[in-house]
Structures are given as structure tokens and as C-alpha cells.
Design a protein around this ligand. Structure first.
Ligand code: PLZ
Length: 444
């Protein structure tokens, strides 16, 4: 991660967005459907490491990585080389027509690293939502049951089934119904907002009791959970919660699906966020985002008997595991295997957490600092209460953007700022980004 083609520094020389971005945005609004949003309409021309360069020449510190995608850094040289080589050799066959080796290589590496002492297999797709859809298909086929359960504050995608699995109506579902049925929403372990002192086991009993009364364990095909919630606001469940759910699903023949789309692939300092809780043993994992340095590819990895439960031809898609995306994924996964990447995520936590805690001590609107590795967040409240403070988040995000730090909001109440920096980021850039945030807090 040492050589950078773009100076790793923040540089703002125009108003934000700059004049060229404004010009492009005017045209975009005429050409692109308005349902496609834009958190910060600066038009990006190139990127490298942890820096984005816009068409006006401004340089932003990227604290979002395209929502946790360019985890090993923008235009990582290994990924660039693998993609360039692959694109000149073979771009498509459709793996289910005539196969190629790189698809199998991606599966083999994921199988090797998914936790759990059982035989694993994988299948590849294009997006996180598609992986979630396929995990549910396989769980239903395997169990011959129809019902699935998800958690409050969850996010699983934008397809019809995954819209029904998300928690928030706005912006994901409003007006887009009718929705898929057989989806039950359960209370999540949310330590900051749960009754004081509630343990993970107690939070699990709350969810399980609801499910047993409302649906019946024997009707349940799958329980789908993000081991650390992403869009919902980086909630890390109370210790014991994930393990208790795991014990219960396994005792009742329910397929446990860990949605690792946002928290997985080195982001939290382990291959998978699920590994943080001993005794939490997912049967299937959905994997996407950070797997291929920005190329679109996703996976379902899990127990061989569940992965094999579909008849041949039941699982697939034209572009799933495309050769170019697969080549990028092999490069990323091999770089993680080579060492140093997981350690870097933990190092980022060791730099950022103390500073975020320091800000919490100074500013009463910060209710909680949470997350793991390079997946950290601040939840904002009205001082002395649990009332969500989304106005503070809006103002702070704007301040950061104006000053060349790309941060993202999150949370059911829009009151969370999340940090998903690239693991190629230097300590200097992290401190610089946090200085800008601190300045914004002082100004509020
Ligand atoms: N599961 C846990 O975080 C995607 C959404 C961006 P896709 N999260 C970012 C947006 O506004 O559309 C996500 C996730 C978890 C599934 C998904 C869906 O992944 O690749 O966006 O389909």
C-alpha cells in the first residue's frame, strides 16, 4: 500500500461543489432519474489510496470508501493490474455456460476463511442484495420452510424481497409496494437504546419469544442478521446476543444467515465481523462490497449441504462472478491473506477511537462511540437525552464536505455519522479528517 499516484492530502481550492461539478450536476438532473440520489454532488475524476479528486481539482479524504467498498484503497495497484490483464484476455462467458478458473478461486478463498468447522461451498453474484436473495432461496429450498426473520434497523438491499427485509420505510420502500410476504421483523440488540443493563442473552430471548409466538420456530427457514448493522447505524449487539440466536437457530433447524456485506472482508479487523463472538456460527454468509476493490461481485458462502440443496440451474445469473470482477476479487483476497490488512483495520481503530471518545467527553451531543476496526460511528442526541439529533449530523456532514472530508450519515433516525475509511489511509490523514470534524463540532 506504499506507493501512491495521487498525493495523499486534502486540498480544497473552490467552493464545494465547485463550478465544474455544478455544471455537470445541472445536466445530470436532466439526464438521470431523480430517484437516484447524491449525498455530495462533486463529480469525481480519479482516486488513489484514500483520496478522491474531483473535476475542479479538489482533493477529498474518503472516509466512506463508497460505503465500505474500496477497503484496500482506491486504484490499488494489485487490483488495477489484475483487472487490466483480465480485461484483455476474457471478459465474459457466463460461468453456467462455460466456466473459468477465477470464479472457482474466489469461492475457494472464501470457503477457506468462513468460520465454522464444516465443509463450505460458495456461489457468486453481482450485488449484496442479490446475495441476500439467493441466501434466502437456498435456506427455503434446504429447509422446505417459507418464513424468514430479520431485525429492526436492518438493511439488506433494494430488490423486492430485500425491501421487505429492510427496517426503514423512507427512503427504501415508500410507495414501492406491494412487498414480499413471510418476513418477520424482530427487536434488535441495540445497547445504547435498550433498557439499561439488558444483556445480550435477554435481548435474544425477547426476539426469540416474539418469533415463537408469532411464527413458530418450525415454520422458519432463515434468520438473517448483520453481525454489526451497517445502514442502521453500526449497532454492535450486546455480548451474548449473537451466540444465543445461533444456539436457538441450530436447535430448531433454522438456517442462520450472517449478512456480512458491509461489516465483512477485513473491515472490522477480522475477515468477518461474525468472528468476534465465540459461539456465533452462521450457516450462510452474504459477502459483497469490499471483496473486489470496487468491481461488482458478491457471494453466498456456507454449509455445503445448504449450498447444494438447489437443483442445478436453480441458482445463477448472466454476470454473476464475471471474470474481470473475479480477477479483482482474487487480488483483494490474496492481499488480505498475505497479511497486514486486518492489522491495519485494528490500527485505524486504535488511532480513531481515543479521539472519538475524547470528542464525546467534550461534546454532550455525542451519545455513543461504537464499532470495530475501521467501521466506527458516532450517534448524536440532544444533550442529556436519547432523543436523536439528526440536525447536528446534517450540519457536521455538511461542514466536513465543505472542508474536503467525505463522511457518510447513517441510522434509523439519521443521527449517526459513520466512518469506513480505506485501509490504505495514513495516520496523518485520519488525524486531519478528525481535526475537521472537531472544528465542526466546536462551531455547532
Ligand atoms: N446488506 C448489510 O449494507 C448495502 C446501500 C447503498 P448492494 N448497503 C449500502 C444504497 O443506498 O443503495 C447492503 C448492506 C448490507 C446488503 C446490502 C445491499 O448491497 O450491493 O447495494 O445490493
Amino acid at each position: 500500500m506504499a506507493d501512491f499516484s495521487i498525493e495523499q492530502a486534502r486540498k480544497i481550492t473552490t467552493s464545494i461543489p465547485g463550478p465544474k461539478s455544478n455544471e455537470l450536476h445541472k445536466n445530470r438532473l436532466e439526464q438521470v432519474g431523480h430517484g437516484v440520489g447524491a449525498a455530495l454532488p462533486v463529480y469525481i475524476e480519479k482516486a488513489n489510496g484514500a483520496i478522491l479528486v474531483d473535476v475542479d481539482g479538489n482533493q477529498f479524504i474518503d472516509m466512506g470508501s463508497g460505503i465500505g467498498v474500496t477497503t484496500i484503497g482506491h486504484t490499488n495497484s494489485g487490483v488495477v493490474e489484475a483487472v487490466s490483464r483480465q480485461v484483455a484476455e476474457l471478459t465474459h462467458t457466463l460461468f453456467t455456460v462455460t466456466p473459468y478458473q477465477s470464479y472457482v478461486d474466489v469461492c475457494e478463498i472464501l470457503n477457506r476463511h468462513m468460520p465454522g468447522n464444516f465443509v463450505k461451498r460458495s456461489a457468486l453474484f453481482n450485488s449484496g442484495a442479490e446475495a441476500v436473495e439467493n441466501a434466502v432461496k437456498l435456506a427455503r429450498k434446504f429447509t422446505k420452510r417459507s418464513e424468514i426473520a430479520v431485525f429492526d434497523h436492518a438493511y439488506h438491499g433494494r430488490t423486492n424481497l430485500t425491501m421487505a427485509m429492510n427496517f426503514k420505510n423512507m427512503p427504501y420502500a415508500d410507495g414501492f409496494g406491494p412487498f414480499a410476504g413471510s418476513v418477520t421483523h424482530l427487536p434488535m440488540s441495540y445497547p445504547f437504546r435498550d433498557p439499561e443493563g439488558m444483556t445480550g442473552e435477554e435481548a435474544a430471548v425477547r426476539a426469540i419469544t416474539y418469533l415463537e409466538k408469532r411464527i413458530g420456530a418450525h415454520n422458519l427457514a432463515a434468520l438473517v442478521i448483520e453481525p454489526i448493522q451497517g445502514e442502521g447505524g453500526f449497532m454492535v449487539p450486546a455480548p451474548g446476543f449473537l451466540k444465543a440466536l445461533s444456539t436457538w437457530t441450530h436447535a430448531n433447524g433454522i438456517v442462520l444467515v450472517a449478512d456480512e456485506v458491509q461489516a465483512g472482508i477485513a473491515r472490522t479487523g477480522k475477515w468477518f465481523a461474525s468472528e468476534y463472538e465465540e459461539g456465533f456460527e452462521p450457516d450462510l454468509m452474504t459477502i459483497a462490497k469490499g471483496i473486489a476493490g470496487g468491481m461488482p461481485i458478491s457471494a453466498v458462502t456456507g454449509r455445503a449441504e445448504i449450498m447444494d440443496s438447489s437443483h442445478a440451474g436453480g441458482i445463477g445469473g448472466t454476470f454473476g462472478g464475471n471474470p474481470v470482477a473475479a480477477a479483482a476479487a482474487v487480488s483483494v483476497l490474496k492481499q488480505i491473506e498475505a497479511g497486514g490488512v486486518l492489522e491495519k483495520a485494528l490500527h485505524i481503530e486504535s488511532v480513531m477511537k481515543p479521539r472519538l471518545l475524547d470528542l464525546k467527553a467534550k461534546f454532550a451531543i455525542i451519545g455513543e462511540v461504537r464499532g470495530r476496526g475501521a467501521m466506527l460511528a458516532l450517534e448524536f442526541v440532544e444533550p442529556g437525552t436519547l432523543n436523536p439529533n439528526s440536525a447536528a449530523v446534517d450540519a457536521l456532514v455538511k461542514h466536513c464536505h465543505q472542508n474536503g472530508v467525505l463522511v457518510l450519515n447513517a441510522g434509523t433516525y439519521g443521527n449517526v455519522i459513520r466512518f469506513l475509511p480505506s485501509l490504505a489511509i495514513s495516520d496523518e490523514l485520519l488525524h486531519d479528517a478528525l481535526d475537521v470534524l472537531a472544528e465542526g463540532l466546536a462551531k455547532l
